[in-house]
Design a protein around this ligand. Sequence first.
Ligand code: FAD
Length: 554
Amino acid sequence: MGGLFSGTKRTEILQSLMDHPVDILIIGGGITGAGIALDAVSRGFSVGLVEMQDFAAGTSSRSTKLIHGGLRYLQQYEIALVKEIGREREIVYELGPHVTSPETMLLPIYQDGSMGRLAVSLGLKLYDYLAGVRKAERHKMLSAAETLQLLPMLSKDKLLGAGRYVEYRTDDARLTIEVLKEAVYRGAKAVNYAKVTAFIYDDHNSIQAVQVQDVLSKQVYLLEAGTYINATGPWLDTVRSLDQPVQGKCLQLSKGIHIVLDRSALPLAHAVYFDAPDQRMIFAIPRDQKIYLGTTDTAASGIDIDPRVTEAEQTYLLAAVMRIFPKIKLCKSDIESCYAGFRPLIGEVGKGTAGLSRHDEIWLAPSGLMSIAGGKLTGYRKMAERIVDQLVHASKRTDLAHSRCQTKRLPISGGLFGGSKQFETYVSAQIKNGIALGLTGSEAEMLARLFGSNVEKVYRYKGAAEHLEQSKMSIAENMMLLYCLEEEMVISPVDFLRRRTGRLLFDAPWVLRVKEDIFKTMSAHYAWSTELENWFRLQLYKEIEIVTEALSAD
Ligand code: FAD
């Protein structure tokens, strides 16, 4: 098995990118880079993408995991932004219903809260209109009694009611990987653990090549392309400064945090969007047996590749939850995992990060380097469309002169079952197929929901999974691991545990139980040197420590 997204093909892909210059080389494998790769390759450009960590290891696995129009940006009069990303909600959902699903949100209204009943009602009405919300999902204003029926533990004191509306919950890292997989399927060449370290210039000071270092083998490659796109999110200015000193507009980073609790500690049936005491807004979102909560928006002075949630931040979130749900008593040991990330916002003098716009921006340097940042996960498709439109305009390739964005109707990888209306029927059929293969119904369902239509490929790994000598992983879990190694470029255990499956955040005990089995399989699969295996071990232990810090600290 194993196609162009197999972990064993990295060296081959880097060599091929060196031997055959592409039209567009993208630096950065977060959602922005992945979106551009898919847009460009589907219009006919040849595309390469290099990512210095794992795909989505930056901000694109550290978000609130919502596909949403940004209701609160209405307070900042960001009408055009809310309209654009609001309308993307449904499109992103339909392109991959296995990664994104509707989520009912409740916005409680209190007498002394930041928004009154009228403001919420008008805001949600405007949101319905701007985002083109489908009829069944339009907002409803609830009385205090109706609100308490849905959220019985909510503080009754000065409760006026709530706004009920629908957003979409996604898995940010899986969304990124599915978009990128589709790009790769269509001919893009993408490599993780490949870092751009320098630009090489011609006699006219235009970029002639980028120097890329394979982080694993330390081998250096010179890659040439027609255009170079810097899509490195929070690292945008670091990469821009490899080209020339950063002047004018630059990034202003803001740190956001999330904690994960077991649903038994905070048994919410619906997602809630509520005021913290300092009027910042916090989401509490159910995901299977867990609830995750965040985020704050704190100005950050610099970027840390492994950001942590501090004790003060954990305390802040727990206090905010207990204030609005007074019957709930939480302490630090209830936090099962946590994560932090940096928003790459476009800086404007005199504004705090919460007030900064979420719009995206494109810079063109005299050397030809194009840089793109800002925006949101939700708007990845439109960001990609804008920059690729510019490339089409500037392209000397006459065959592409009139090419238009294709991605509005292009399902992402795993989304080939005919849209959201068909998803449940598809899952049921795949459960039957899985059972016929010898899996349990719940194992087959887990695989079908995680991989969408790619579950049919995952099933092909059954035979190989049965031959693994392991004690703690089930056949289905091993099928999942083998598929991710061969078809999702999983290179280290953390890639698999944190970003391909989300288990490190949402099922840490399972990770602790099976991690040695995973090392055994991966070590045999890749024939790791002792040095490399030790490196991956350190990487995993560090990640476990960061994510489950709350557990180990108690
Ligand atoms: P990243 O995902 O950071 O990708 C950039 C990549 O570039 C990184 O993987 C990095 O390793 C790589 N890179 C850097 N330097 C190099 C180099 N030299 N060579 C090669 N590769 C390099 N948006 C929403 O729509 N919904 C939400 O609910 C939401 N919640 C959020 C919550 C928080 C706390 C934060 C911080 C953001 C949130 N966002 C949300 C915004 C969204 O997550 C980001 O806009 C988006 O993920 C940015 O993606 P990106 O690809 O631009 O950056």
